[in-house]
Design a protein around this ligand. Structure first.
Ligand code: DGJ
Length: 682
């Protein structure tokens, strides 16, 4: 005989509410919940939060195995609560002391809903949570398109749209230590082919830096059931009595005017509520990675400082290769984990470098990869058990490295302390790049008990967040760039701990146009590090113009530039300063898609000023550029800027004309670009 379900005396939260309705509205869509006398919650004629074992045979939002082995859950509404922007619908199992709260925070000025789920129970023994989604959305008209952002290393965020067809479509990742590499943790649903300026659009993004899963199931009823959350694959865990599990936030943005409005709202939301210091302009930085890779020494860095100062850089970022002595980090085969300055390359240490940088009016930033270790390192010799691994399996390396087990508090302490030690020893460091160059393939922990191994993906991400949070609390003035072998941590979870992110190791500006276009759907320009490099051997102006449409930086060996090129850099950097705030704080209007034609263009508008970027990677015929987002009544002075011979005026035009008939652009040669500054002519 199984034990009988745990019972507790009913409290206010467990009295069933006899019927009700709750609506949470975000622009183009509404989450409407109804329940009747029986308390079973519905959303748009489908289940409100589908539970396994409740007659629902499609993808469930919740699959719990109760203390007695019962695999079914039967939730009923017991309470609702609204306070300010927060709405909570409390559910309880009809027979078990098992509670689920659906929580919604509406950010009405941006038509955004943050939603998450809180689960707890008072059953006599632990409950196994097999899956617990952050959001379940029922869309009544199943005639929708799904746009995903897929790719791979150095080829991130390619947009692919397709109609949702019968059956189930899953976008997911199983990488555990980072959200993605092959498929970004976001999607857009649209009631027709995705359009910038029209149509109903629902954009979703999970604020979680580990494995995620979004499923889109076109049901026989014609509804689309969308379930979003942590990937339940191989990730079940035990919830003890009295413990609470809170899912990560799912961010949902809606519009009836296409994806442009959704992106602008998401950008405002990210700057205001997600990013650290989203209201402060970002520095222009020089990173030495593509300039030197691992081959540098003190004199090379000092020479780069001089060049950086000469062209007007604000911040120097020293990348990988500055550490390791027994195992010097001269390539990616060894040294990771030994965070002591390499005395051969940098005999006077990091603090000395930061002081010289300051003498050159440069802030100083430093690269770390705190979660990782090479087998060729003192750290691995001392703590082989700290590595994520599985018994009887040969260790599988990626980029010659292994992942440290951040579910282990001792490892969390190590990761925090290594950062803290370096930052305390060199207090002028005001920026760090946090990298993560592999994903998990052997998810086993020597710290977690044998019967809790599938908890590792969630425990890892929680461990990571606790280190990042501590860093932010203890070193609030240190800015953070989130990086993961390029854009593997482009997610709203890790962005909460960061100022910006490195979207891709692909820095050829021709490819970057596409990558930046894709990321721009969810990530504001202020957070999107965009660097001028020599990749692809493209003209310097073209490379600058592409980088200036995001957060400008450089990965260039300045010592190798000609006097003329240096002068171009100096002027381009000064030019960027003129309109940096329009790009970093402005509203983005995507005008011409690189997917649709030979020319692509975007415009940022802040108050009455705007800056537009036009790119022609392969050459483009003469055609009018019809601007967007301008004030029809304002007459704008249009100036083309960042030209080698100085700015050129294109004249004065009413906003209405610029948007309807546009500006007549001549034929463009391959690898050319233009930047137009628009200011009111008053
Ligand atoms: C991957 C990053 O994306 C690069 O920018 C660079 O920091 C390397 N790692 C260093 O190993």
């Amino acid at each position: 005989m199984p034990d009988s379900p745990g019972t507790t005396a009913p409290n206010a939260g467990s009295l069933m509410i006899p019927g009700g309705t709750v609506e949470i509205i975000a622009g183009g869509f509404t989450l409407r919940y109804d329940w009747g006398e029986d308390g079973k919650i519905k959303q748009n004629s489908g289940p409100g939060y589908p539970q396994w074992g409740d007659g629902w045979v499609f993808e469930p939002a919740l699959f719990a195995v109760h203390f007695d082995g019962n695999t079914s859950t039967d939730l009923r509404v017991v309470n609702t609560h609204s306070e300010g922007q927060i709405t909570k619908i409390s559910l309880k199992d009809s027979a078990y002391t098992f509670y689920v709260d659906l929580v919604f925070q509406s950010i009405s000025e941006y038509n955004i809903i943050e939603t998450w789920v809180e689960i707890r129970h008072e059953e006599p023994k632990s409950v196994t949570i097999q899956s617990a989604a952050s959001a379940a959305i029922q869309i009544e008209n199943g005639d929708y398109y799904l746009t995903q952002f897929s790719g791979d290393w150095a080829n991130e965020a390619n947009m692919v749209s397709e109609p949702i067809r019968k059956g189930i479509k899953i976008l997911d990742s199983k990488l555990a230590v980072r959200a993605h590499q092959f498929c970004a943790p976001w999607f857009i649903l649209s009631d027709g082919p995705l359009s910038e300026d029209s149509g109903t659009v629902i954009a979703g993004s999970l604020a979680w830096s580990g494995s995620f899963r979004f499923s889109f199931e076109l049901l026989p009823s014609g509804n689309i059931s969308t379930i979003c959350g942590i990937n339940p694959f191989a990730s079940s865990f035990q919830l003890e009595p009295g413990e609470q599990f809170k899912t990560p936030k799912m961010v949902l943005a809606g519009s009836n005017s296409g994806s442009g409005e959704v992106s602008r709202n998401l950008h405002r939301y990210v700057r205001q509520s997600v990013l650290r210091d989203g209201d402060k302009p970002r520095s222009i930085l020089l990173n030495n990675w593509e300039a030197t890779f691992f081959s540098f020494d003190e004199s090379k860095l000092l020479s780069l400082f001089k060049g950086a100062q000469d062209i007007g850089i604000d911040l120097f970022l020293l990348d990988d290769g500055w550490f390791g002595n027994k195992y010097p980090r001269n390539d990616d085969t060894q040294g990771l984990g030994d965070w002591q300055t390499n005395t051969e390359k940098l005999p006077n240490g990091i603090n000395y470098l930061t002081e010289i940088a300051l003498d050159h009016s440069l802030r100083f930033g430093l690269w770390f990869e705190p979660e990782m270790v090479n087998p060729g390192s003192k750290l691995f010799e001392q703590h082989p058990d700290w590595v994520i691994q599985q018994p009887h399996r040969e260790l599988e390396l990626q980029r010659n490295q292994l992942t440290l087990d951040l579910s282990n508090p001792e490892v969390q302490e190590f990761a925090y302390t290594l950062l803290d030690d370096v930052l305390r020893a060199a207090p002028n460091i005001s920026y760090i790049k946090w990298d993560c160059n592999r994903y998990l393939t052997q998810p086993g922990s020597q710290y977690l008990p044998q019967d809790r191994q599938t908890y590792l993906p969630i425990a890892y991400t929680n461990g990571l967040y606790s280190v990042m949070e501590r860093l932010n609390i203890e070193h609030p003035a240190v800015e953070v760039m989130m990086c993961s072998g390029g854009g593997g941590r482009v997610d709203y979870g890790s962005l909460e701990f960061a100022h910006e992110l490195w979207p891709s190791d692909m820095t050829d500006p021709v490819r970057r146009i596409y990558i930046q276009w894709g990321f721009s759907h969810f990530i504001p320009a202020i957070a999107s590090a965009s660097h001028v490099t020599s990749w692809g051997g493209r003209p310097l102006k073209f490379a600058f113009d592409v980088a200036m449409s995001g957060r400008l930086g450089l990965d260039l060996d300045i010592d190798k530039l000609s006097a003329e090129e240096r002068e171009f850099c100096r002027r381009a950097i000064a030019t960027y300063r003129n309109f940096r705030e329009i790009v970093q704080f402005g509203d983005l209007y995507r005008i011409e898609s690189p997917y649709d034609g030979p020319r692509s263009s975007v415009l940022y508008r802040k108050d009455t000023q705007a800056v537009a970027f036009v790119f022609s990677p392969d050459g483009a015929p003469s055609a009018n550029l019809c601007f967007k987002g301008l004030e029809p009544e304002i007459t704008y002075q249009v100036i083309e800027t960042n030209l080698p011979d100085g700015d050129t005026s294109w004249g004065k035009f009413p906003g209405q004309q610029l948007m309807s008939s546009g500006l007549s652009l001549p034929k463009m040669q391959a690898l050319t670009s233009s930047i137009f500054l628009l200011t009111p002519n008053n």
